[in-house]
Write a new protein. Structure first.
Length: 183
């Protein structure tokens, strides 16, 4: 397959990329051509109001797609969720409106660990905090999570680096003044 050019910034991306790796703009996913002997995919059609509910069909909640009052059968082989259970989307992060940036869960953990490292825990929380922040930064850089706020991920990363450096300086200061009796 060939590379895809971003319509917003002109960046070159892999053909299977969902978002531009440069600016985060959603890209249209290119579908491979269907074999000539295969029938076209069926689209959803609401059943007539006088039709009985097909076996295994699940009623849609009011106001949801498919339109209210219609029924949709699950795909073949799918096990429907029990009533009252939320069905998680396939992606790691839920889809967001373009331009909306959120703080990722790993970044939130990294911020908490960095604050703890500054006040009491030193490297015991700063080192895991660095890894958590770096995880979100890598997801953003790879284009898999363009909705995450890169600034907050970098801030959490540097907060943990600073907390680690300050704790090491503090330990060296105590050790130089008191020897090993200070610990």
């Amino acid at each position: 397959m060939s590379d895809v050019k971003c319509p917003h910034c002109g960046g070159i991306n892999e053909s299977n990329a969902a978002f531009c790796g440069t600016c985060g703009t959603p890209l249209a996913v290119q579908q491979p051509p269907a074999p000539a002997n295969q029938p076209p995919p069926q689209t959803w059609q609401p059943p007539a109001s006088n039709q009985p509910l097909p076996p295994g069909a699940i009623p849609a909640p009011p106001g949801a797609y498919p339109p209210s009052g219609a029924y949709a059968a699950p795909p073949p082989g799918a096990i429907p969720a029990p009533p009252g259970v939320y069905q998680q989307s396939q992606g790691v992060y839920p889809p967001m409106a373009p331009g909306v940036k959120v703080t990722g869960q790993n970044t939130k953990w990294a911020l908490g660990l960095g604050i703890a490292a500054l006040f009491c825990c030193g490297p015991f929380t700063a080192i895991p905090g660095i890894f958590f922040a770096k995880k979100d930064m890598d997801e953003i850089a790879a284009g898999r999570a363009p909705q995450l706020n890169e600034g907050s991920a970098k801030g959490a990363f540097y907060l943990n680096i600073i907390a680690l450096i300050l704790s090491v300086i503090g330990w060296l200061f105590v050790w130089s003044r008191n020897g090993l009796h200070g610990f």
